[in-house]
Design a protein around this ligand. Sequence first.
Ligand code: AHR
Length: 494
Amino acid sequence: DVQTDTVTVHADQPGPTYNKRLFGQFAEHLGHGIYGGLWVGEDSKIPNIHGYRTDVVNALKAINVPEIRWPGGCFADEYHWREGVGPRSKRPVKVNTMWGGVTEDNSFGTNEFMNFSELVGAEAYVSGNVGSAPPEDLQQWVEYMTSPTNSTIAQERRANGRDKPWKLAMFGIGNELWGCGGNMLPDYAADVTRRYSTFIRVPHGQHVMKVASGANGDDYHWTDVMMKKAASTFDAIGVHYYTVPNTWEHKGSATGFDEDQWARTLVKTEKMDELLTKHSAIMDKYDPDKRVALLVDEWGTWYDVEPGTNPGFLYQQNTLRDAVVASLNFDIFAKHADRVRGANIAQMVNVLQAMLLVKGDKMVKTPTYWVFDMYKQYQDGTVLPVDVQANTYKKNEWELKSVSSSAVRGKDGVIHMGLTNVDPHHPQRVTVKLDGVKENSVTGRILTADKMDAHNTFANPDLVKPAAFNGARMSNGTLTVTLPAKSVVMLDIK
Ligand code: AHR
């Protein structure tokens, strides 16, 4: 039995820009996120471009990855950049004490990351070590990356094979300073942020966005203190929120879950809306002009690791449920796009809610990857507000609107409209009212599958992938869309 809903698109009230950085990625020295995941080295039998996996580079280019955060995460506040430059054979071999206790040979360092970002066409967001390094280290690292002069450090970069400075778009003043970044209390973290920020200096004429370490989920006090005491020293502040279905101790399985797990995961994802509303309201008190951006610089699903894998590697499968988590978040970001101007899904390859899973020379694109592909025309488009009147989907105590939506007029002039039906049983017939829209043709793509936990494997890599959508009809300025159960649809209206 089909349910009926209404969505109104207010193209006559264009909103803020949907910043392309909302599609940012995150690559930490964690498990096989970097080693084996994107970096195999020039001598590998796996096809590579200067050491970077060719399959991964091509897949990332295809979704227009706008920005990548590196080297952590928690790893950032234990990372000493000097250990990752110069001849690889001379770099110190360390233990990654944060993640899995495995060997870190530093073969992927600053040159490797900055060149990788350039190769995929993404901006670099480098997170500095505030927890265990002096400010001087950060100052010299920034100089190494950005200086066009003949200073000794700039010459060192040249000796390491890179003549011109790279473009450093964003620099993080530590990560999770309330936790792995140094267990600081907010007042102290605000002071430390002020101090370290002072020494992050780029050459005259360049600009780097300085990003303060943000709150853990709903820790509004953190945002309040940081904004009150230190906002003048940064351009953005983060917030981290993970969708964890159950508890931190027993998070829940990535596959083989029941409908209760499906529903609670999506309800917990919707919490992002409340978090962004409340953090933004605090920022408005101190920064009514919205100079300081709020960046969701870690988000995504976090489940129990795949059975038999290293618990410190955070390796998990990725199903249709993750695709829906991604589309719900993209819709939420649209509502807050005036303040929320960047986000980094955790993480890009092989870690948590990954775009890509790789093993040996094989790679699969996850359902989440396909949502990033379907929504990519949102990048730097103009948000068109939507009003959603939808049935309630309910399972046990978990309930949310059955339909989620957002719309953006892309830089290509086309209206791109995302619609998600979270109900795993009932199709939804959505009447879309298009206020201020002259365009009258519609095409689309759909991502769906038979099972809630449908996923792609190395043996069957194309089980979940977008198909042409023919459930939308335009007649006399009204659009009628039939969304199959548990589906993500992207419409192009032109
Ligand atoms: O993404 C995994 C970890 O989650 C990051 O290293 C840390 O910042 C967060 O707690």
